[in-house]
Ligand binder design. Structure first.
Ligand SMILES: [Mn+2]
Length: 326
């Protein structure tokens, strides 16, 4: 079992690099910070590196001030890459003679095989939960607060606040242990899900006003033109999660959000599309039909076209999937 190999590398080594996928979310960065704190507790040296730094909304994670934005110098006995399901998500790593074995720790169902050691446990609700399993293998000690807070944040984020179907009894038991270690659940949840900049709230207003309902109420679709970002001052990143509002409508089985990223231009038009399912509809199939991909309940695609054409193609793909005809 790959976790055993990773644990052996930790036992034998002294100095480790811990990093996570590019454009890190709370599970990626939280599990990296948690693992680093646990390694230090074992008397090891751990350096945390995030190629895209620490996003402002994740700066509440304990340990985040010590995250390096560039690949550090020196030799490592192993390099851990947290929550990275695909090679394209892996940051620039030191050359293999300095990095040591590359250990990917992940919980995604699909993985492209990158890494010398792959600790992929798809029954874990978050990569943070896999870190705690590694800790259980390594030590009988309780988890200290400096590790508990980022790992709790990782689990809270990936379960949508302990709500999604991946939330198990174990998730709650592990979460309870982290609260016992001194984590403040409201501090973590409010940092993860609230505390929005005004620009983001204004963008949400635009999104809510733009919800269209199609296919006898089964589809909620929102188009976000570049103007919406310009009017509100919101960044592309602030759109994160807003596709879910369409899904909240009674009767909606698929929500789609189409938006123009800042990288689009007149000479190279681009529409990004996010899909969310109510749990029954398979949005991965819809995304694949549009050249994209993802999971059954969350998927996406990108089209090199304008909004009008993208809108028509997305609706056609949705109709084909939901009605079984095209
Ligand atoms: Mn994750």
């Amino acid at each position: 079992m790959s976790r055993e190999r990773a644990v052996a590398l930790i036992r034998e080594g002294k100095r480790f690099l811990v990093t996570c996928h590019v454009r890190p979310d709370a599970d990626a960065l939280g599990s990296a910070l948690g693992l680093a704190a646990l390694l230090r507790l074992l008397g090891k040296e751990a350096v945390v590196y995030s190629q895209d730094g620490v996003p402002p909304n994740l700066s509440f994670l304990v340990g985040s001030p010590d995250v390096l934005p560039t690949s550090p110098e020196g030799n490592f006995d192993a390099t851990f890459v947290m929550d990275a399901a695909a090679r394209v998500l892996v940051p620039v790593l030191p050359p293999s003679e300095r990095s040591g074995p590359v250990v990917v720790v992940d919980h995604h169902a699909a993985h492209d095989g990158f890494g010398d050691v792959i600790v992929r446990e798809i029954d874990a609700c978050a990569t943070g939960e896999v870190v705690l399993r590694m800790w259980r293998d390594l030590s009988g000690e309780p988890v200290p607060r400096e590790a508990a807070q980022p790992i709790y944040a990782a689990m809270c984020a990936d379960t949508g606040g302990f709500r999604y179907p991946g939330t198990t009894g174990d998730t709650m038991r592990i979460g309870a242990g982290l609260l016992d270690a001194g984590v403040s659940p409201w501090s973590v949840a409010s940092h993860l899900f609230e505390r929005w900049p005004r620009e983001r709230m204004a963008l949400l207003g635009e999104v809510l006003r733009s919800i269209e309902v199609h296919l006898e109420g089964r589809v909620a679709l929102v188009c976000v033109p570049r103007d919406a970002f310009n009017r509100t001052g919101a960044t592309d990143e602030m759109l994160e999660g807003m596709v879910n509002y369409g899904r909240m409508l009674e009767g909606v089985v698929v929500a789609a959000l189409l938006w123009v990223p800042r990288t689009a231009s007149a000479s190279r038009p681009e529409i990004k599309i996010s899909f969310r399912s109510d749990g029954d509809a398979d949005v991965a199939a819809i995304a694949v039909a549009l050249g994209g991909g993802g999971h059954r309940v969350a998927a996406g695609a990108s089209l090199t076209t304008n909004m009008e054409d993208a809108h028509a193609r997305v609706l056609a793909a949705l109709r084909a999937q939901l009605d079984g005809s095209s």
